[in-house]
Write a protein that binds this ligand. Structure first.
Ligand SMILES: NC(=O)c1ccc[n+]([C@@H]2O[C@H](COP(=O)([O-])OP(=O)(O)OC[C@H]3O[C@@H](n4cnc5c(N)ncnc54)[C@H](O)[C@@H]3O)[C@@H](O)[C@H]2O)c1
Length: 367
């Protein structure tokens, strides 16, 4: 049988640090591994998975939620693919041994300052959103959140009568995430809405000034506007289709991205990427370890598959394969291949995985 010709650009070899973590993280990672096996076979992209511990599993094995072996493997990799961490078993652990600490440390260890959360509402899934279908038409927005600065990383103190969390941003921190947002916006509609609270906060006024200058001097093709965060929170529910790229600081981005994620109808549908200046990045579903459904084989693996697509696009320079994977996912949605978080008596994780793999294997012939 004649083997289909594979475009030259697709013959590539990459190393991925694979960190399944805990709970459904392990299950959706196992599903992603099957998808990556299809990509390896059908698209001639060699992806070596270096599996390592993180989170509760790492605490149990080594006493450390981010062991040195995991950091070493990530340093050698082109990208990190992570499942999820945490669970009730470790809830009473001391702060340094909380599984989530591994996640916070890996972000700062690798300088992953730019968090991306794409929110795309597919017509086949409109019925699962709390918003009416007419509000969801054409929603395709990208939240770019600054991830390693602001109030979450500022000075913190408490005395008997008061508590303080300091929010500070340097020009350099704002500039680098703005450049990243501009580069991404140029691959889309070229519009950025910068969200802040400039009517009250000094850090927000600095954000406004720096973003405006970077855009004017370095990315004049970008159409920039500003919105106060309270207004943006309303706008996301009333006119979500208006946004293209939404750029904001750490705290506002945390809250707005969770709000926006609900437009899609389930946590199990949302991917994320955390990037730095070069091509290196960490890719993970937005959801946690879902202890309430872990071990039942019913976790929704689509958020993880979409995270793999982001990894193929941003860190592994395989946009054609990312497109093929996304198209396979959309095809499955259109054909009702959905898990139980969306439909009663829905598919198992294994059934969804098999359907996506089958479609993807067929898809490569059209490349
Ligand atoms: N990035 C991460 O690893 C991350 C993120 C959030 C929470 N957590 C941790 O996860 C644990 C559980 O947290 P939580 O319950 O607040 O949030 P969660 O995201 O784990 O679960 C919230 C709800 O969404 C459902 N859900 C989540 N993922 C799903 C999937 N793939 N398919 C179907 N349904 C899914 C769960 O069943 C649950 O009802 C905690 O220990 C928390 O600290 C980790």
């Amino acid at each position: 049988m004649k083997t289909p010709a594979v475009p030259k650009a697709l013959k590539k070899s990459y190393r991925v640090a694979a960190l399944p973590g805990d709970g459904v993280g392990v299950e959706v990672y196992a599903a992603a591994k099957e998808v990556l096996a299809v990509i390896r076979q059908q698209f001639s992209v060699e992806i070596h998975l270096d599996e390592q511990l993180i989170g509760g599993a790492a605490v149990d094995a080594t006493g450390d939620p981010l062991p040195p072996a995991t950091i070493a493997a990530c340093r050698k990799a082109d990208a990190i693919l992570l499942g999820a961490v945490g669970g009730p078993k470790w809830d009473s652990n001391a702060a340094a041994q909380r599984p989530e600490k591994g996640l916070l440390r890996i972000r700062s260890e690798f300088g992953l300052f730019c968090n991306l959360r794409p929110v795309v509402t597919h017509p086949a899934l409109h019925q699962f959103s709390p918003l009416k279908a007419e509000k969801l038409a054409g929603v395709d927005l990208l939240i770019v959140r600054e991830l390693t600065g602001g109030i979450y990383f500022g000075e913190r103190r408490r005395d008997a009568e008061s508590a303080h969390d300091v929010c500070s941003y340097s020009r350099a921190e704002i500039e680098r995430v703005t450049r990243k947002a501009c580069q991404l916006a140029l691959q889309r509609d070229g519009r950025i809405t910068q969200v802040d609270k400039a009517n009250v906060l000094e850090t927000s006024r600095l954000w406004r000034e720096v973003v405006a200058r970077v855009v004017a001097e370095e990315f004049p093709a970008i159409k920039l506007d500003n919105m106060l965060v309270d207004s943006a929170a309303m706008h996301l529910l009333t006119r979500p289709g208006d946004f293209d790229v939404l750029l904001t600081e750490n705290l506002f981005g945390d809250i707005l991205s969770d709000e926006a994620s609900m437009l899609c109808g389930s946590m199990g549908l949302l991917p994320s990427a955390s990037l730095r200046q070069d091509h290196f990045g960490l890719y993970e579903p937005v959801h946690g370890s879902a202890p309430d459904i872990a071990g039942k084989g019913i976790a929704n693996p689509y958020a993880m598959f979409l995270s793999v697509a982001l990894m193929l696009r941003y860190s592994l320079s395989c946009p054609e394969v990312a497109d093929a994977l996304e198209q396979s996912i959309f095809h499955c949605w259109e054909n009702g291949v959905l898990t139980r978080d969306l439909v009663k008596d829905g598919c198992t994780t294994a059934q969804v995985t098999a359907a996506v793999c089958e479609r993807l294997a067929a898809a490569h012939q059209h490349l």
